[in-house]
Write a protein that binds this ligand. Structure first.
Ligand code: HEM
Length: 205
């Protein structure tokens, strides 16, 4: 199969999970209990041998094919959206390698429940937040940036007089807004989430 086609298929598979995952983080604006309760329910869908194996295989395929595509297309990228696709893709590869390895290490090495406390221990603790705020923000922005870039290149029709490039800019705006809302929720309205003792290991405690 062509590398691009493979990348497209694994991308679609991961996007289904990311959509649910980001919605789960969005719900944190209603409280930690709500976030945990929704994750418990979503885990019934993705935390089983079949779905999680497919997801992890798709993540590995996405990273491998993405890096190969980045290296081969790097010099040809001309317009803004072509460049955006390449650089957001590269960041997503970097993020997914670290993020998924951290989740797996949390589960299988530290034997922790990798819930919201695991995900946001660093985000809510100085000086770790100096790394985690841009690390998570850029991941969500890159996800939307990647979609906006693909939209700009593949779509052919204007909607209600809105040009393709304007539609892509709207996708970027939605991504930026969602990033701010998620950061607000995952830090308890920027006041900080109290991290339980079991998760202090993540922040050198
Ligand atoms: C906004 C900040 C984010 C936080 C705090 C976060 C946190 C987490 C947590 C706690 C888990 C474990 C889930 C579980 O145990 O059920 C997880 C899994 C995962 N996250 Fe994130 N995540 C964030 C953003 C993202 C983004 C932007 C992506 C993709 C671009 C992503 C991709 C994944 C993947 C692929 C998994 C592994 C799923 C599995 O096989 O269990 N995450 N994340």
């Amino acid at each position: 199969m062509q590398l691009k086609k493979l990348h497209y298929l694994s991308g679609l598979t991961i996007s289904l999970f990311i959509g649910l995952h980001l919605f789960n983080h969005f719900i944190s604006i209603f409280g930690i209990e709500q976030h945990i309760s929704l994750m418990d329910n979503l885990r019934l869908v993705y935390r089983n041998l079949l779905v999680e194996s497919i997801l992890l295989l798709a993540v590995a395929t996405q990273i491998f094919s993405g890096i190969k595509l980045f290296l081969s297309k790097r010099k040809q990228a001309g317009i803004f959206f072509e460049k955006l696709q390449l650089w957001t893709g590269l960041y997503l590869a970097f993020f997914l390698i670290i993020h998924v390895s951290a989740i797996m290490a949390g589960r299988f090495v530290l034997h922790l429940d990798t819930n919201i406390y695991f995900g946001v221990a660093g985000l809510n603790t100085f000086p770790f937040n100096l790394f985690f705020v841009p690390y998570y923000s850029l991941a969500i922005l890159s996800f939307f940036g990647h979609i906006a870039a693909i939209h700009a290149q593949k779509m052919k029709t204007t909607i209600l007089g809105i040009s393709i490039h304007q539609q892509s800019r709207i996708i970027l705006l939605l991504g930026t807004t969602l990033t701010l809302i998620i950061l607000y929720g995952l830090t308890n309205g920027f006041t900080g989430i109290e991290i339980p003792a079991a998760y202090k290991v993540m922040i050198g405690g």
